[in-house]
Design a protein around this ligand. Structure first.
Ligand SMILES: Nc1ncnc2c1ncn2[C@@H]1O[C@H](COP(=O)(O)OP(=O)(O)O)[C@@H](O)[C@H]1O
Ligand SMILES: [Mg+2]
Length: 306
């Protein structure tokens, strides 16, 4: 499949001499939800700002549906909607005017029917004549999304869409993003919330200190890097581990009489372990498995890259 967004060798050194991006390569495919996951200061906003033409790259290239963001700036930019990290809105404008005006900025003819559709889909229709200053934080965020969608972009960037947002609005935002994807919009969101990437993304890219250290299908990422734990609850507490069990690398669990066996998809010897336990004359009261979360994986990745 041809990528809708292609980033090659992208470098950014700010005037301070700080290198915020160190040669980023990334391809985004039509119709996917891509989460760019990284801690604060990793370079997420810098990357988005370059793609959207707000910050100049130092080196490298970006094309949007084949249009170079510098040579064919207008065509490239018209394909992109951006919901910025910071809430900035013209306080005294009405919802309707601010969203309609946004569309005009991209040289698109007025289309009240489209603006109405966008406002309705974001539950903003009833508020269309309200001034922004009268809206709650959550509603203002919706207005920012409406603005970003006003010119019918094919790619939507959401920079930390749920930072500082309460749980119920976060759920609404997630539902909204999925609805948008279902209409064919490609979504790229940045987040430092792992649960957001875990919940939303088809693919995840991990960025740390200006380097993309990994890009993978979310499920693959969790399968290949995720570890599983088998928690064995014995019928009694052990003073010492029987020597026949020593080779399995078991550790004690949180509760008395619990042993934990860590394994991954490549390496597991569960049948042998269970047989050995049986041969030691131990009985199992219960058995549980748990899979590491994206959080565990992330901490491990960032840790080894720090
Ligand atoms: N205009 C700027 N001048 C100098 N340094 C900047 C500027 N903008 C961002 N930075 C630095 O670049 C790094 C990446 O910032 P940013 O892209 O905002 O990260 P993120 O969005 O992942 O939190 C940070 O260390 C930040 O301080
Ligand atoms: Mg940021």
């Amino acid at each position: 499949m041809t990528p809708i967004l292609k980033i090659s060798g992208l470098t950014k050194t700010y005037a301070t001499g700080f290198q915020a991006l160190k040669g980023v390569d990334l391809e985004i495919y039509p119709g996917e939800i891509f989460a760019l996951l990284g801690p604060n200061g990793a370079g997420k906003t810098t990357l988005i700002s370059i793609v959207c033409g707000l910050v100049n790259p130092s080196r490298g290239s970006v094309t949007v549906d084949g249009h170079d963001i510098i040579r064919d700036y207008r065509q490239a930019r018209a394909l992109i909607g951006l919901v910025p990290q910071e809430l900035t809105t013209d306080a005294f404008e009405t919802v309707w005017n601010t969203v309609s005006f946004s569309r005009g900025l991209f040289g698109k003819k007025p289309d009240p029917a489209h603006i109405e559709k966008v406002l309705r889909s974001l539950s903003l229709w009833e508020k269309k004549d309200n001034r922004l200053i009268t809206l709650s934080g959550g509603m203002k965020r919706r207005v920012l999304i409406a603005k970003a969608l006003s010119h019918e972009p094919r790619i939507l960037f959401l920079d930390e869409p749920t930072a500082g947002v309460d749980v119920s609005l976060r759920q609404d935002m997630w539902a909204l993003v999925r609805d948008l994807r279902d209409t064919g919009v490609t979504i790229i969101l940045t987040t430092h919330y792992i649960e957001e990437a875990e919940e939303m993304a088809d693919r995840v890219g991990v960025i740390n200190r200006g380097d993309i250290i990994l890009v993978q299908e979310k499920h693959q990422l969790m399968q290949s890097l995720g570890k599983k734990e088998l928690i064995l609850m014995l019928d009694r507490e052990l003073e010492v581990l029987p020597s026949a069990l020593e080779t399995f690398g078991l550790r004690r669990g949180a509760n008395a009489g619990e042993l934990v066996y860590t394994y991954d998809s490549q390496n597991n010897d569960i049948s042998a372990l269970l047989a050995a336990i049986d041969q030691c004359g131990l009985r199992l009261k219960d058995i549980q498995t748990q899979q590491s979360s994206l959080e565990d994986i992330f901490v491990e990745l960032i840790g080894s890259n720090a």
